[in-house]
Design a protein around this ligand. Structure first.
Ligand SMILES: Cc1cc2nc3c(=O)[nH]c(=O)nc-3n(C[C@H](O)[C@H](O)[C@H](O)COP(=O)(O)O)c2cc1C
Length: 322
């Protein structure tokens, strides 16, 4: 299938694996790229820009297909060395960067000068228009369903995607709640040129996370996510567990007085415990409502082949209706 996104990124299928903290290692990105999608390494999971350079090199040893790097600008306790991160990406020969969390205008000129395509992840049409106006090549439109940070507007993809299509001139992919060929065809129908998936790619054989994480996603229904940190205007959709329920109790008790320090135990430094050691109650970890549509743990190749076959089948059946 050829779309503006497959052409722009030089990939076979219009499917992207979004950056994911403690999931987006070289193994994950290479598996997705080798299966014909675009795999993305998560820069901030690497402790230093030097580590990121090594991770990019490791990934390039595993695939000769295009790969991307996610650069997230989020409120973190210690600001990362973004100039050095950008240098590692450029020197590493990466062809696509996914930016997220805040306006990427400060890093854009360096990436564009290096010929790197930039796709910015947005949760609102106004942010997507801003990304277009500063020169981003594409945007990833993340609806309220998504795992991770859906923003504060709570607009689901059935509204957000057609709104984006009506306003944008640059290509965009759908993100949030995407799982299968139905998601892809629906995204194309609403004007997207492909789709981005996070949670679905965690439940794959190659995802370099503990088996407990994959099992939790397969076991979860669409009712098992919660929104945390809304009082801090840093809303995150996470899988419910004992730590999340404790966090929500604190939010209820403290109301508008809630500060980050009050919930630090439930959110700071928990990803390695969960993703690497499988301690499923260690804290809050991002997970999308789409967990309710995930029932197996295929390889990335099996997953992407299945999505494309289902999408082609649906398109064929729709054509036959005319
Ligand atoms: C465990 C996990 C970690 C994530 N970490 C990041 C991140 O560090 N930076 C980022 O831009 N997005 C992050 N995301 C969001 C994904 O890239 C993607 O936009 C989102 O998962 C799409 O929604 P879905 O899970 O319904 O597919 C994360 C998502 C998950 C599930």
């Amino acid at each position: 299938m050829k779309t503006a996104i497959t052409e722009m990124f030089g990939i076979q299928h219009p499917i992207i694996q979004g950056g994911m903290h403690y999931v987006g290692f070289a193994e994950m990105a290479a598996a997705v790229s080798n299966a014909g999608g675009l795999g993305i390494i998560t820069a901030l999971t690497q402790k230093t820009p030097g580590d990121l350079a090594n991770e990019i090199a490791r990934c390039k040893d595993m695939t000769d297909k295009p790969i991307g790097v996610n650069v997230t600008f989020l409120p973190t306790v210690n600001t990362p060395d973004y100039p050095a991160i950008i240098k590692a990406i450029i020197d590493g020969g990466v062809t696509v960067v996914e930016t997220a969390g805040n306006n990427p205008v400060a890093v854009l000129p360096y990436l564009k000068d290096a010929g790197i395509k930039v796709i910015h992840k947005c949760t609102a049409v106004r942010h997507a228009l801003k990304a277009q106006s500063i020169g981003c090549d594409a945007v990833s439109v993340d609806g309220f369903e998504c795992g991770g940070h859906p923003g504060e507007d709570d607009v689901p993809n059935f509204i957000l995607l057609p709104r984006a299509a009506d306003e944008l001139e640059i290509p965009f992919v759908s993100s949030g709640g995407m799982a299968d060929g139905r998601s892809l065809v629906a995204s194309l129908a609403m004007g997207a040129a492909g789709m981005n998936m996070g949670t679905r790619f965690i439940a794959t054989k190659e995802a370099p996370v503990h088996d407990n994480v994959k099992a939790a996603i397969v076991a979860a229904s669409e009712l098992d996510t919660r929104l945390v940190m809304r009082p801090l205007r840093n809303t995150e959709r996470v899988m419910t567990n004992a730590a999340v329920e404790r966090l929500l109790e604190k939010e209820k008790a403290l109301g508008d007085d809630l500060k980050f320090e009050d919930i630090i135990e439930e959110v700071a430094g928990v990803y390695p415990k969960i993703m690497m050691h499988g301690e499923m109650d260690a804290g809050a970890w991002s997970c999308g409502m789409v967990a309710g549509l995930i029932n197996d743990i295929p390889t990335c190749q099996e997953l992407i082949d299945r999505i494309m076959a289902q999408a082609e089948d649906i398109i064929g059946r729709m054509n036959a209706m005319r």
